[in-house]
Design a protein around this ligand. Structure first.
Ligand SMILES: NC(=O)c1ccc[n+]([C@@H]2O[C@H](COP(=O)([O-])OP(=O)(O)OC[C@H]3O[C@@H](n4cnc5c(N)ncnc54)[C@H](O)[C@@H]3O)[C@@H](O)[C@H]2O)c1
Length: 144
């Protein structure tokens, strides 16, 4: 059955591939992005698909849409980007997550919350140990 799926950060690196994959699987995708690090280039090949919709929106503000699943990937991922405006990064991580969790709660639907790999490792250790690398690749396998 066709699901309507919200992907925040859908114009980013992971999000744009996820949009592609979920469309291929026959779903309807709503891609939400403020285009801080993401780009229209990443999703331009999807724009002609009638089951694909793009909303320019910052998830630190509430969003009211009716969907069946949420993937919350909106957050600058690389240090150069997330350190550029630490207040906005914190707002995205906290208020954005609260807004998306609130939406999931209201709709009684499942949500996937992406996170930095630093939450399960020591950010001062680079590269991370093998076991942690393994977690990361499983995370990707699950997602893509
Ligand atoms: N790429 C990796 O190796 C990796 C590993 C582990 C976890 N993650 C996590 O996965 C998520 C996505 O990573 P990515 O590599 O695709 O990053 P990315 O920077 O390519 O994508 C993030 C997207 O979120 C958008 N965005 C940022 N703030 C926003 C806001 N307030 N409102 C709406 N959109 C906003 C950006 O414009 C961008 O399109 C991040 O949370 C990241 O920490 C990534």
């Amino acid at each position: 059955m066709r699901k309507r799926i919200l992907i925040t950060g859908g114009a980013g690196f992971i999000g744009s591939h996820l949009c592609e994959r979920l469309l291929e699987e026959g779903n309807e995708v709503i891609c939400v992005d403020n285009f801080f690090t993401g780009s229209k280039e990443n999703i331009k090949h999807l724009l002609g698909n009638p089951y694909f919709e793009v909303l320019r929106h910052d998830i630190t503000f509430p969003l009211y849409v009716e969907v069946d699943e949420i993937y919350n990937l909106a957050c600058p991922a690389s240090p150069i980007h997330y350190q550029f405006d630490p207040v906005q990064t914190t707002k995205t991580s906290v208020m954005g997550a609260i807004n998306m969790l609130g939406l999931a709660k209201r709709l009684k639907i499942r949500i996937l919350q992406a996170s930095t790999s630093e939450v399960y490792g020591d950010p001062t250790v680079h590269p991370q140990k093998r076991l942690l690398g393994q977690c990361k690749s499983n995370w990707f396998k699950g997602l893509l």
